[in-house]
Design a protein around this ligand. Structure first.
Ligand SMILES: O=C(O)CCC(=O)C(=O)O
Ligand SMILES: [Fe+2]
Length: 278
């Protein structure tokens, strides 16, 4: 049985602790050093007092992430925080969409995907959907058959490059799903594994059927480790992308009846390990 993570151990941070961490008061962060260090290999959930002003929570969250590495601006050169909003007209399975956003890593095709993702919950979905999903890439890689592992270790894959990303390196012309530093997976590749697949390089086109079977096996193993988490306002989840894939469950039915300022809102921030940045 794969082990499932448990985020019941929410590390609560009081109003005054939050302000002290954000102001970098001597010793303020030390109390949380062990919890934050654990995020190098597993998801860690911090719980801020929901009454603390958002700007203070953001400052404190950045300081926590700063223990692991450097927070990086990926979407705009000067803005480290990105709003994951719900938009009725967005592609349903993508950022801002209302369907399930299946398991994936962000910036799958980039030379250096962000090492950490931080998700700060401002509002949960009033219709009870939009859970945050996590699944262990490392455990899934261990669980599959050696033949599947071999296929997924070949540089058969490519992906659509997002031209607007900063601080993640160039888009790789080809990559393997299983690698030494990174496992690069997105469930969104699976429907595209057909003849003349846009997610396979020329060498991969000869093996579409085997690749599809191997990727499905990997996805099944990943799903066996998947856990779902309902973040509540003030929650700040940090997880390492080189170990965990993430996703979002479908938003609750009837999003069109929720006014925009009341829909689910998460703020996302990325971090990079100092060791990778050097
Ligand atoms: O909405 C979420 O919780 C996650 C969205 C996401 O993973 C993405 O846009 O890449
Ligand atoms: Fe994502």
């Amino acid at each position: 049985m794969p082990s499932k993570i448990n985020l019941m151990n929410r590390v609560t941070i009081s109003h005054s602790e939050c302000l002290d961490i954000g102001r970098e008061t001597t010793g303020a962060i030390d109390k949380f050093a062990d919890s934050i260090a654990a995020a190098r290999s597993e998801p860690v959930l911090f719980g801020f007092d929901p009454d603390v002003p958002e700007s203070d929570v953001r400052r404190s969250s950045e300081a926590l992430l700063g223990v692991l590495g450097e927070s990086i601006a990926v979407f705009e050169p000067d803005n480290k925080w990105f709003k994951l909003q719900v938009k009725i007209d967005a592609s349903p399975e993508r950022t801002h969409g209302i369907s399930e956003n299946p398991l994936h890593i962000d910036y799958i095709d980039r030379e250096i995907p962000p090492s950490y993702i931080g998700l700060l919950c401002v509002r949960q979905d009033p219709y009870f959907g939009g859970l945050t999903q996590l699944a262990s890439l490392v455990e899934a890689a261990r669980a599959i058959r050696p033949q599947a592992r071999e296929i997924l270790s070949e540089s058969f894959f490519r992906y659509w490059a997002d031209p607007t990303a900063y601080n993640v390196g160039p888009s790789l012309p080809s990559f393997s799903v299983l690698g030494h530093d990174w496992h690069r997976f997105s469930a969104k590749m699976i429907p595209h594994l057909v003849t003349d697949s846009p997610v396979l390089v020329a060498a991969g086109q000869k093996h579409v059927k085997e690749i599809r079977a191997a990727l499905l096996e990997f996805y099944e193993a990943l799903l066996a480790t998947r856990t779902s988490h309902r973040l509540i306002p003030g929650d700040f989840l940090i997880f390492p992308q080189h170990v965990y894939a993430h996703g979002r469950s479908a938003l609750g039915y009837g999003q069109e009846f929720i006014e925009d300022p009341k829909r689910r809102l998460l703020l996302q921030i990325y971090g990079r390990d100092r060791s990778t940045a050097d």
